[in-house]
Design a protein around this ligand. Structure first.
Ligand code: G6P
Length: 450
């Protein structure tokens, strides 16, 4: 009897899931999934059931035979899984909003994957992910873990370093950049190869190989002339510093604005927070509208409103990765995987985001021409921060946390960092059990409003 292809989605109640369902439907001819398990927690019960009903309508409309199951029992879902997609948000959107608001209160950029916000998100998320991997090692040791959970690069590094699970980290930013480049050079899908390298949310396009030429300069000139379709929806339009990019010889992803124009972004984020709200607060309102749409029993497709989210096209990466591994397609995809020399100057065992050939045995990273020294130093600094953050998240090591944060160019240091860290630990006490010892040993940290 043919093996029943089983896919499990941890965080199945995510508002993004209809996009994943659409991606699986579009690849059913080559990726004949038999069982799709949507897993969530008690707090996500209502949402995951709404998503499951929409998924069933979308699948029925196509007449495919995919059995959609919903459970709060992760272990039941993981039994004999082939692929596990992790897309949960530890602490939910309120955790994201806390990250944003605490960072801004201490004069720092408040973002879900960068700076102190990204650190806090990693400290909530990594322990849960390692627990998932422990279950996978017992219940589906040969399964692939596709990690979409943010901060995807650090979460992937934690899995690669602390578990035996075959893991690949994903992000939609390379997909958005690739689609924007296709639009600029007038190429169809698969007519060109984009090579990216760096870290998650810190990548640069290094090559755009199209019809025998490298079209990187052409695309860079379009961007410098104000035509920049490479930006995700969660990042408001902005002007790159033209003098900085003009002769850079590589195209930075939109998240580099947090590093190249930190103070401008800080001021923009503070103004937004004082106005319509932080990105997390805006998204929370957006999510409510999305689920009202999802509930509609006549809806049997991914609604267009989902394209307003920053994570748009994430399912392109997730579904294409699963079918490329399953069918040994040797597609070039841009994934988080072990460096192994792909980027010279970084440790072999750290997670990098690089263009890779996807095989049945997993990603084969393409090595990239050496980065200019100044950019390499920034990447090395951020990788050292990430590696220390992973260590802090796993061990509850406050010194490792501070050693890492001190390296991060968009984190303020000194007393302000002590206070911001204390508030982060205090406000996340339910979601950061590894740091609870601090609250017990330092009552002052425990007293709100100190
Ligand atoms: C980006 C990032 C994702 C992130 C998303 C947030 O595109 O690549 O990692 O989760 O935007 O989008 P949102 O609409 O939730 O702000």
């Amino acid at each position: 009897m043919n093996h029943k292809l089983k896919v499990v989605v941890i965080g199945g109640g995510s508002s993004y899931t209809p996009e994943l369902i659409e991606g699986l439907i579009n690849r059913y001819h080559e990726f004949p999934i038999a069982e799709l398990w949507l897993v969530d927690i008690e707090a996500g019960k209502e949402k995951v059931n709404i998503i499951a009903e929409l998924a069933q309508r979308m699948i029925q409309k196509k007449g495919f035979n995919i059995d959609v199951k919903v459970t709060l029992d992760r272990r039941l879902a993981l039994e004999n899984a082939d692929f596990v997609c992790s897309q949960f948000r530890a602490g939910c959107l309120d955790g994201r909003i806390r990250d944003e608001r605490i960072s801004l209160k201490y004069g720092m950029i408040g973002q879900e994957t960068n700076g102190l916000g990204g650190f806090a998100n990693a400290c909530r998320t990594i322990p849960i992910t390692l627990d998932i991997c422990k279950d996978m090692e017992e219940l589906c040791p040969d399964a692939w873990l596709l990690n979409f959970t943010n901060p995807s690069g650090m979460v992937t590094e934690a899995v690669l370093k602390y578990t035996d699970i075959k893991a690949v980290g994903l992000c939609n930013v390379p997909v958005i950049m690739e689609k924007g480049i296709a639009q600029i050079i007038g190429a169809g899908e698969g007519e060109f190869i984009m090579q990216v390298a760096g870290l998650n949310h810190m990548i640069w396009v290094r090559k755009i190989l199209h019809k025998g030429a490298d079209k990187l300069n052409l695309v860079m000139n379009e961007i410098l002339n104000g035509n920049d379709p490479l930006v995700p929806a969660n990042i408001p339009p902005f002007e790159w510093p033209k003098d900085l990019l003009k002769d850079m010889g590589m195209i930075p992803c939109a998240y580099l604005r947090y590093y190249y124009t930190s103070d401008d972004i800080m001021k923009q984020e503070q103004a937004e927070a004082d106005g319509e709200g932080t990105r997390g607060e805006v998204v929370k309102a957006m999510e409510k509208r999305l689920f009202d749409i999802y509930k509609n029993p006549d809806l049997a497709e991914k609604p267009k409103e989902l394209e307003k989210r920053g994570g748009q096209y994430y399912s392109e990466a997730a579904c294409e990765l699963m079918t490329s591994i399953y069918n040994d397609k040797r597609t070039v995809m841009h994934v988080n995987t072990r460096n192994h020399g792909a980027i010279s100057g970084l440790p072999d065992d750290c997670a990098v985001e690089v263009s890779s050939i996807i095989t049945k045995s997993g990603p084969l990273p393409l090595n990239v021409e050496p980065f200019p020294d100044d950019t390499l130093r920034l990447i090395q600094l951020m990788k050292a921060y990430e590696t220390l953050t992973v260590e802090a998240a796993v061990k509850g090591d406050l010194v490792a946390a501070k050693r890492g944060l001190i390296l991060n160019p968009i984190v303020n240091t000194g007393t302000i960092l002590d206070e911001a860290l204390a508030e982060t630990v205090r406000e996340n006490s339910d979601d950061m059990p590894q740091f609870r010892w601090i609250l017990e040993q330092n009552p002052t940290v425990n007293r709100a409003g100190e």
